[in-house]
Every structure is written in C-alpha cells, then in structure tokens.
Design a protein around this ligand. Sequence first.
Ligand SMILES: Cc1cc2nc3c(=O)[nH]c(=O)nc-3n(C[C@H](O)[C@H](O)[C@H](O)COP(=O)(O)OP(=O)(O)OC[C@H]3O[C@@H](n4cnc5c(N)ncnc54)[C@H](O)[C@@H]3O)c2cc1C
Length: 386
Amino acid sequence: MHRITVIGGGFAGLTAAITAAEAGAEVTVHEAHHTLGGRARTAAGPYRTNEGPHALYAGGPHWTWLRRRGLIGPLASVPPREAARLRLRHRGTLRRTPPLAMVRLLRPGLRRAPVDADFLSWAAHHVGEEGARAAAHYAAVALFHHDPGSLSAAFVQERLRRAAKLPPEAHYPRGGWETVVDRMAARAWNLGVRVETLSRVDTVPTRTPVVVATSLDAARRLLGDDSLSWPSGRTTLVDLAVRTRRGDAFAVSDLDAPGWVERFTAQDRTLAPAGEQLIQGQIPIAPRESKADGTARAEQLLDLGFPGWRERVTWRREAVAAGRTGAVDPPGTSWRDRPAVDRGDGVYLAGDQVAAPGVLAEVSFTSALTAVSLALGRDALDLKSA
Ligand SMILES: Cc1cc2nc3c(=O)[nH]c(=O)nc-3n(C[C@H](O)[C@H](O)[C@H](O)COP(=O)(O)OP(=O)(O)OC[C@H]3O[C@@H](n4cnc5c(N)ncnc54)[C@H](O)[C@@H]3O)c2cc1C
C-alpha cells in the first residue's frame, strides 16, 4: 500500500487526500490551522463571509468531480428579479447592459486570443480601446488584478468568457464554501484519511511521497526554493452588512476600473441576520496603492448601487488580500510556465499558482489530481475519469 503525506488542508489538500485515499493509499494530512479549508473557510456568523472563494464555476473540472461524490450540497441561485439588478458602471454612471464593443469581444466566432500579446492591445485591435478596457475590467471579477489589460490576451479572454457566460457558470454553495469543505472532510474521514490539525510542518518529511498543498509563498519557505514564485493579484476586500432596502443592486461591476461589489444575500439569505444584507466588494489595487484607495473606490460603487448605504451599515470590515487570489499569467506565459507540480525526490506541489490549467480554485483542484497521479505513479487521465 502507498503512503502519502499531504501538507495543507485547504481545497487542494482535501482534493489530494480524497483522490489518494480513493486510489487505495494510506493518507495523512497536516494542517497548520485548527480547522480545515484554508481560504475556503467561511466565518462563523452572524455575517457568514468567505475569506476566499464565493463562486463555484459549473464549467470547471472540479464541478463534475464534486458532484459525482455528492460533495456540492444545496446551491443558492440568483433569483431572476435579483439577476436583473446587475449594474455596470460605465463612464461614471450605472447602466444595465454592457457596451456593444464589449459584447463583440464575446462573439463565439472570435478566434482564440494569443498568449504572446497583452489583452488590451489584442482586444483594442478588434473593438477599439474603450470596449477593450471595459472588457478587461469586467474580467477582473475572476482575476483580482489592478491592470487586467496588461496580462496575456489568452489568459484574460478565457476568464472574460467564463465570467460573462449565459446562463451564468457561477454557482454559490448555500451557507458558503465551508459547507463543501465540511463534506470533503467527512468524505476523507470515511475513506480513512488521518487528519492532523494544528500541525504546522516546518521541514519536508523524509518519508515520501509528499504533496505540498500550501500557498506558493508557504511552499517556497518550506522547500527553501526561491524559484517558487508567480504573479498574483492584490485586492482590497470590503465586507459590510446593511439594513435591507428594496431596490438595492444585486451587484455592481466597474467597467471604468477593475472592481466588483456584490450583495451575496440576494442569492443566499442564510449569510446575514433577517432584515440585513451582506455585501462584499473586491477592488484590485496597484502596487503603489493602499487599502484606503481600494476602499474609496468600493464606496463609489456602493454610492451608485446602494443609495443611503452609509446610514444603513450594521457591520463593516476591510482587508487586503495580497498574492491570495491565484495565478495571473503575463504576456508570453501560460499555466505551463508556472512552477512545476513535480519538484523531484517524491515532492509534488498543489495549489492555485502552480502549473495546472483552470480558473482560480480549479488550478488547486487540477494540480492536486496531477500531484497524486504522479505520486502514485499512475496515469493522470485514469484518475480524472475515476
Ligand atoms: C478574495 C478571494 C476571492 C476568491 N474567489 C474565488 C471564487 O469565487 N472562486 C474560486 O474558485 N476561487 C476563488 N478564490 C481562490 C480560492 O480561494 C483559492 O484558489 C483556493 O481556496 C486555494 O486553495 P488551496 O488549498 O490551494 O490553498 P489554501 O486555501 O491557502 O490552503 C492551504 C492550507 O495550507 C495550510 N498550511 C500552510 N502552510 C502550512 C504548513 N507549513 N504546514 C501545514 N499546513 C500549512 C494553510 O493553513 C491552509 O489551510 C478567491 C480567493 C480570494 C482571496
């Protein structure tokens, strides 16, 4: 029987642990925190904010894998009357429909964007600069980067398409991602996975194989390997609860600059006490910008989409997520150029900044499958279809 050690009990670590245990391996997971889930944890309440993921994209490989195992659970969908309250800020005012130039970039017939060009130049060539900028800023909802137009055209185009798809790909686990994490943890437990929480690993275990399923920063420190780095975003997160008012927007997407504010209780009433709404905003900020700059831009979007919100606030919190929103690929690079999963000597990386395809948490998922298939010496495709 294979024995495998997984360091990190987030979405990647749990995926690796379940996959390895299903393949018959004896698995031990070490998690530094006292609970599992990593960035996929949800606050206890009364305001059930997610630190990281909100949306589970139905087009991703993790969707099928989780569903086959009954791990997704009840989903909260956006009622049509709420979906109709999606607003876009364009040229300083709110509108209901995207600018035509931006829509033209979503035409199914449009060729795949090149890896080597930056998105803004490529898109401006097709629809002009204004539409290109609006599209880049819209895609920021899945990019968390202050200058999405400067990234690889192929990388941004994939995220733009998936973020704008109709019917929407984004689904929301009722009660937050923690409910998915709890089901994954139960599945791992039932498969005999040994889970050790409050178990920070400071040196790589001598018994291999080992899957390092931490953030890339933590993996760099743990493995003492300075080559383990890749660009990511830096984003101001503004979470607030407001007293309910009819007519509030469902979400406001900023097309003048990257930024997104969403009322998550529109789809899931369980996230805040009765009579209150939970709103979360994410405003990507440039290296020279501060948290306050992001907060100021979030407040502009709130002023537009949620009239009188300042007088209705019952709770509020702000933070900066730096390097925690997954990989972004500059022009000339793709996921294949990121730090490889196989580090040699029986050590494998899983996480959202490593060499694996997908959007956001899908990269953690795909790399976890690859890491386990390499660790157990099996064909990755066998595992994917399992
Ligand atoms: C604001 C925000 C919004 C996001 N929105 C979405 C979204 O809508 N959809 C989506 O798909 N993704 C989203 N993401 C990305 C998603 O959160 C991540 O891709 C995913 O949660 C990463 O999971 P992971 O297991 O790779 O890493 P993590 O969740 O970071 O897990 C790593 C784990 O390793 C543990 N650890 C670290 N060092 C050690 C050590 N030395 N020993 C033991 N344990 C250790 C940590 O405690 C942690 O539990 C978002 C992220 C952020 C920040």
